[in-house]
Design a protein around this ligand. Structure first.
Ligand code: PMT
Length: 334
């Protein structure tokens, strides 16, 4: 009841993003088409959410995530025949193109000119051909729908709408929540309209006429930010939005002593299927699966391969014998 009230309050107070109707239309058609064809559908969330401090946003708080986990995992789901709704932070990594973006070398470094034409360097041919073929197959079958968000509120509106559209799929729907979601935010009715001023002479001008004190404001020379908790919508997802789906959440921690405890706590509290725990500094080569079925299971990329990026939870995707395969887990070059 309290969770339902928190949901009602949140969505009544935080306006939906402008592109929500367009996203919903696309998602409805995509999910309906694949469900009719008997294909399994997964929602992969990826990247960090922001918390704007001003309505006309100049300053915001961000959650760490490049989108590597989500983008890479989406590729594995696609390779295993799933249709993927990829709900990602705008400009974070995308499936397939991630191999050639966001790193220190430009994508142009993979190419050269040959007799007035652009060609891919010989050393990159095989890998690029593999990626291109996988991308082309996903595109040909129209199995990848890319939606984006920036703020926590945009993320939550999209998550709720897509979850409701996936509800009729029952247990053949998967939610794979790799996005790094803000725990605190500035409610709309406590947000200033304009850029917060640091110069005391201009302070009053930036303030919104509101009964409540602004959540982010300058006092003297200090910036005071007084955030409120974001309701834990995992509870609503599991109990209300998609009660029959398989739900996989991620847990990010920095303190090794807390990781498994917090993952177990989340599993008990939300009663979903799987929590995948990872630590900030080791997330590229080790994760821990915490589930009711298997308890605690660590998956590690062998030390000899750790120069490459750990980039996906391959065995989660469409494979019953995933535990056995994990021991021979292949690190992916990215
Ligand atoms: O993108 P990369 O750079 O590869 O990094 C990947 C990653 C480290 C971001 C990813 O593997 C990861 O751990 N993502 C989850 C980070 C996170 O939000 O953890 P959390 O402990 O704050 O939340 C745990 C779960 O609760 C999440 O699944 C989230 O969907 C849910 N949540 C969080 C906040 C909130 N207000 N409501 C929620 O339901």
């Amino acid at each position: 009841m309290a969770a339902q009230q928190a949901e009602n309050d949140y969505f009544a107070n935080e306006p939906p993003p402008r592109d929500l109707p367009a996203n919903t239309t696309l998602a409805r058609a995509f999910i309906g088409r694949h469900a009719a064809g008997g294909r399994r559908v997964v929602l992969v969330t990826s990247g960090g959410t922001t918390v704007p401090l001003e309505t006309q946003t100049v300053r915001y708080i961000d959650n760490f995530s490049a989108g590597t986990r989500g983008a890479t995992s989406a590729e594995y789901f696609l390779a295993h025949g799933y249709a993927v709704v990829f709900l990602h932070r705008q400009f974070s990594l995308l499936p397939y193109s991630r191999h050639y973006s966001h790193n220190t070398r430009s994508f142009l470094d993979y190419m050269r000119e040959e007799r007035g034409r652009v060609v891919v360097d010989a050393q990159h041919q095989a890998e690029m051909l593999r990626v291109l073929r996988e991308y082309a197959a996903a595109k040909r079958d129209d199995r990848l729908l890319i939606l984006s968000y920036v703020t926590i509120t945009e993320y939550l509106w999209n998550l709720r709408e897509v979850a409701k559209l996936m509800r009729p799929l029952g247990p053949s729907a998967i939610f794979y929540l790799a996005a790094a979601v803000s725990d605190f935010f500035v409610p709309q009715d406590r947000m200033v309209e304009h850029k917060i001023q640091s110069n005391e002479e201009f302070l009053a001008l930036g303030r919104a006429p509101s009964a409540k004190p602004p959540a982010a404001r300058t006092e003297g020379k200090s910036l005071i930010i007084d955030l409120e908790p974001v309701p834990k919508f995992l509870k609503q997802l599991v109990d209300g939005w998609a009660p029959d789906a398989m739900i996989v959440s991620f847990k990010l921690e920095t303190d090794p002593a807390l990781l498994v405890k917090k993952a177990q706590y989340a599993l008990n509290k939300y009663a979903h299927h799987l929590v995948i725990g990872n630590l900030l500094h080791t997330r590229k080569w080790e994760v821990v699966f915490v589930s009711e079925l298997d308890g605690e299971k660590w998956i590690r990329v062998p030390r000899s391969r750790r120069t490459k990026s750990f980039s996906g939870v391959q065995s989660l995707v469409g494979s019953a014998d995933h535990a056995a395969k994990m021991d021979s887990f292949e690190a992916d070059e990215s």
